[in-house]
Design a protein around this ligand. Structure first.
Ligand code: PAF
Length: 281
């Protein structure tokens, strides 16, 4: 695996592969890679001869009181893991490469509607930072296919909308959530949890399962959501939301709408904010 940090080397490498007729798969990450990320690398390899992964802790998608400063930076371990999982090229740019004028002076891309609800409402500016950095990365890497994880369901919807509106010539693929044996979705932020919090964390997934069965039994959306919030509170979480939404656009389902739905939750355990989701069908 080659590892580069500048645009010129990145483009030379990718364009040489393209000239040989090889398809390029891309997996953008913020590093601190785990089995969930590696499953995306493997998925990318099923769609492309060459796989590029990026590691960049993007400052513009963190709010002023969020964990940008302490976000785990583990580039040496990430590099080993990417090699083991067949990645062909690691792009690990410095902030100056992604934001030549400084992150505070960057252009911003806002994706309305799907970017304004749930995570967008609870983390103001977060999705502008995500949309901006993903657009930059896609323009830089020029992949044929890019892979995003289902754990960030709203993010992958937002990226799909971005790609569609900018008419970027690539396919977006969504890889399934990878979970621990007890149901906790893998996340770089799980490492912030102490032993007590870790023991309680699977309740997030259990609540999603409960929302699915409760909704299937015929309970109305608002009742399911309210009961899910209370259930999380009883387990020691401070929930931001527990929502039943339309999977394709995160709109609130009409009364009587029962298919194509999903549940999404975001909640804090201590200072750690976790998100998860579950499709109902
Ligand atoms: O999902 C992530 O890790 C990040 O939001 C992404 C897509 C790499 C953009 O910084």
């Amino acid at each position: 695996m080659r590892s580069v940090g500048d645009l010129r080397s990145l483009r030379a490498c990718v364009r040489a592969w393209k000239q040989e007729g090889q398809r390029i798969g891309f997996v953008p990450t913020m590093g601190n890679l785990h089995a969930g990320h590696f499953s995306l690398v493997e998925l990318a390899h099923r769609h492309a001869e060459r796989v590029v992964a990026s590691v960049f802790v993007n400052p513009t998608q963190f709010g002023p009181n969020e964990d940008f400063g302490r976000y785990p930076r583990t580039l040496a371990e990430d590099t080993v893991g990417l090699i083991e999982h067949g990645c062909d090229l690691l792009f690990a740019p410095a902030v100056e490469v992604m934001y030549p004028g400084g992150p505070e002076h960057t252009l911003k891309i806002h994706v309305p509607d799907v970017g304004d609800t749930l995570e967008g409402a609870h983390r103001p500016g977060h999705f502008d930072g995500v949309a901006t950095v993903v657009a930059k990365l896609l323009v830089m890497v020029e992949p044929d296919v890019a892979v995003f994880g289902q754990k960030d369901w709203q993010q992958q919807l937002l990226v799909r909308r971005l790609v569609q509106e900018l008419a970027l010539p690539l396919e977006i693929i969504t890889g399934p959530i990878v979970r621990e044996a007890d149901g906790l979705a893998l996340s770089s932020r799980n490492r912030y949890l102490d032993a007590n919090q870790r023991a309680r964390a699977p309740e997030l997934h259990a609540t999603l399962e409960w929302m699915r069965s409760s909704f299937a039994e015929g309970h109305v959306r608002a009742a399911v959501e309210g009961a899910a919030v209370r259930r999380l509170e009883r387990a020691g979480f401070a929930p931001d939301y527990a929502a039943v939404r339309r999977a394709m656009d995160l709109a609130i389902p009409a009364e009587g709408e029962r298919t194509g739905l999903m549940a999404l939750v975001a909640a804090r355990l201590g200072t750690t904010r976790l998100i998860d989701n579950l499709c109902f069908d």
